[in-house]
Design a protein around this ligand. Structure first.
Ligand code: 2RA
Length: 340
């Protein structure tokens, strides 16, 4: 006995990865529906070795369906998620709309899987921001051992986090620099992204931080521990897929780098690639298509009593979005929606 699964936003980067990962992980699917906007109706998308024709989200009846993985913007989610949830179909939402709602669990299975049990309040579970997901996977095992006081994180976020248009823009701008006459003006970003970095993701807030940076602070507190102080600088870099993060951690108690490395090696969802030699670390181009959160450059921060620096890399379309959503569905099925 399997589940009746809906993927909403099946033609987008994340929606397509949700379908890929459901198939790769052999999620128990009895029936699957791929939904998209009316203009994408009929578009074919892959589900393992099968091909699905996208159906019109606006016309779809969620009644009798078990789980809907939403990968559409907050505005469309605001309209359709309550409709789906009201039929009894559990919504796992990748947008930011419900992440900060006290009645909606925000879940990274390696960190707070038990929070899934709280889905019944709105029949909705929220997926975290991509840059938060990989970070809390890395922080959780260390926090369990030596309680984290403060985190200072700088992110190096790929353009796929902004969608397909941004991937095209990086490609065309890069070509434009090499092939005269192909100049492509910035459209997704306020400045050139090819051979450049942009210290601005999402909108600016009154305190001078950006909403992307605020998300990392608020979501880490909700998922892990509200006492953890987080300060973030989120930067867009000319990489197609794969987010990287430089994370500085201050603990309540001293944690030796060797012990930290051993803890991370044993932690769920983590692969440690950490040798102090050429190439002894992970880079974003190597993480594409992988499930793991990779940790490298583990070293003491000797400028404070109980400090540690790490480098963290993960596929932002997978652990940062689609994989985490599918893992939530797996936890939901095992803990709450047992079949057969
Ligand atoms: C980004 N985290 O990287 C945001 C949304 N995916 O653009």
């Amino acid at each position: 006995m399997g589940y009746k699964i809906v993927v909403v936003g099946a033609t987008g980067n994340v929606g397509r990865e949700m379908l890929n990962i459901l198939a790769e992980r052999e999620f128990p699917v009895d029936e699957i529906a791929a939904l998209a906007s009316r203009r994408s109706m009929g578009t074919e998308v892959s589900f393992g070795d099968k091909t699905l024709k996208c159906q019109d989200l606006d016309q779809f009846d969620f009644t009798g369906w078990d789980i809907a993985l939403f990968a559409i913007g907050s505005d469309a989610t605001k309209k359709y998620a309550p409709i789906a949830a009201k039929t009894g179909c559990v919504v796992i939402d990748n947008s930011s709309l419900y992440r900060y709602d006290p009645d909606v669990p925000l879940v990274v299975p390696e960190v707070n899987a038990e929070a899934v049990d709280g889905y019944t309040k709105k029949n909705i579970i929220a997926n975290p921001n991509c840059s938060t997901a990989q970070m809390v996977v890395a922080l959780k095992p260390l926090h369990d051992r030596a309680r984290i006081k403060r985190v200072v994180v700088s992110t190096y976020q790929s353009v796929s986090g902004s969608g397909k248009e941004a991937i095209d823009e990086l490609w065309n701008q890069t070509k434009g620099i090499y092939v005269p006459g192909q100049e492509v003006a910035p459209s997704v970003y306020p400045k050139q992204i090819a051979f450049n970095v942009i210290p601005h993701i999402d909108v600016f807030l009154d305190d001078g931080s950006t909403k992307e940076e605020w998300k990392m602070v608020a979501e880490t507190k909700k998922i892990m521990d509200k006492s953890i102080k987080v300060t973030a600088t989120c930067v867009r870099v000319p990489v197609f897929v794969g987010h990287s993060e430089s994370i500085n951690i201050e603990f309540e108690d001293f944690l030796d780098e060797e012990e930290a490395r051993d803890i991370l090696r044993e932690a769920p969802g983590i692969l440690v690639i950490d040798k102090r030699e050429d190439g002894g670390y992970m880079t974003p181009v190597e993480c594409v298509g992988e499930y793991a959160t990779y940790i490298s450059r583990i070293r003491q921060d000797s400028t404070i009593d109980n400090g540690l620096n790490i480098w963290c890399v993960s596929d932002n379309l997978r652990k940062g979005a689609a994989l985490n959503a599918v893992q939530i569905a797996e936890v939901l099925g095992n803990r709450c929606l047992k079949k057969g």
